[in-house]
Design a protein around this ligand. Structure first.
Ligand code: KG4
Length: 337
């Protein structure tokens, strides 16, 4: 059973092919066009998707070693994401499935990130979580603790009430003029810095919810004061600044996650989303596994940021339940379903 999966929710055009839930190909075209603007420009993103979608799908099918006629279903990201970007993938997927006379499967992008842990790269790849497990979903748009009861039953225990973790990192990086996206740059600098050099505000929010806007403001205000005394402060201290910022964010994320593990008694803990590529966060997961006996699941780097493989595995689960989409199903920018 072959599934073609398409992801186009933000600035990556990605297509993947799976055979019986095993990944055969995963091709992604990144968009460099946004770098000079310090953030994703929605109109440019949808135009780039238009250019990329046909060659990316073509490459994914070829790399899988099949022809399009052998496909049994087309899965696609329906939302949440940038509307213009989503429309390219959604329209393409619908037209492609219709022309082949095969079912289409709509996938929630966030559900895809969580289920990325079930992507198999070979038949004997069996290192997957069992239900229920907890998942820290951290990306440029989301920071959530999710209790995953089954592939389709996910309970959000807590989430950010303002900025996402990745957004906070990207904004602080922008303030330091380091470039976009900030996550990988901060990660690299942080490896050479002292994480205890500076202290920034940590939020005091009840329950499992997160807040990162206070940290961002605290970072900005501290920086302004320090630059008054030394105009080259950032250049002289960027490694320590990055390391201290990363530590603060990782501490905030892990504190709530520890609470969720303690309260639910669930010790299988996964991390997903773009920020799960972060070295400090990965190390904190490994440290918690040793210290508290957690069984942890950390995705391969290629499955942390947006990719079609995770849409494909979610589509595979839905295919088994014959949970198909109809042609009139619209894309959605925000979570409404
Ligand atoms: O899941 P994702 O690819 O997409 C969206 O949320 O749209 O996440 C992107 C986020 C960005 O904020 C980026 O800076 C962050 O993930 N990111 C990282 C790292 N790599 C990507 N943050 C920290 N450390 C990294 N190594």
């Amino acid at each position: 059973m072959y599934i073609l999966a398409i992801e186009s929710s933000c600035d990556d055009t990605s297509a993947a092919v799976l055979r019986d839930g095993v990944l055969l190909s995963n091709v992604t075209a990144n968009q460099k066009v946004h770098e000079e603007y310090g953030g994703v420009v929605p109109e440019l993103a949808s135009r780039a998707h238009q250019q990329n979608i046909v060659p990316v799908v073509d490459a994914a099918i070829k790399r899988a070693g099949i022809t399009k006629e052998e496909l049994n279903a087309v899965a696609f990201t329906r939302g949440p994401g940038l509307m213009g970007s989503l429309l390219v993938g959604v329209s393409f997927a619908k037209g492609f499935a219709r022309s082949l006379g095969i079912p289409m499967i709509d996938v929630n992008h966030l559900q895809g990130h969580v289920l990325a842990h079930f992507i198999k790269e070979s038949e004997d790849d069996n290192d997957q979580p069992t239900f229920p497990f907890l998942c820290l979903l951290v990306s440029g748009g989301n920071s959530q603790i999710v209790k995953v009861n089954s592939y389709k039953d996910m309970e959000i225990l807590g989430q950010t009430i303002d900025d996402a973790a990745g957004e906070a990192i990207d904004k602080c990086s922008k303030v330091m003029n380091l470039g976009y996206p900030g996550g990988p740059i901060i990660d690299k600098l942080a490896r050479q810095g002292n994480p205890d050099a500076y202290e920034f505000a940590k939020p005091d929010i009840a329950g499992y919810d997160y807040s990162f806007s206070g940290l961002k403001t605290s970072f900005l205000y501290h920086l302004r004061d320090w630059i008054k005394d030394d105009p080259d402060f950032i250049e002289h201290n960027k490694e320590d600044l990055a390391a201290s910022l990363e530590k603060t964010i990782v501490d905030i994320l892990m504190k709530k996650l520890r609470k969720a593990v303690k309260d639910t008694g669930i010790k299988q803990v996964a991390v997903a989303g773009g920020v799960s590529a972060n070295t400090g966060l990965r190390n904190a997961f490994r440290d918690h596994a040793k210290r508290y006996g957690w069984k942890i699941f950390i995705p391969k780097f290629s499955f942390t940021t947006d990719n079609a493989a995770m849409i494909g595995i979610t589509g595979y689960f839905k295919y088994q339940d014959k949970d198909f989409a109809t042609i009139d199903l619209p894309a959605y920018a925000r979570v409404t379903v």
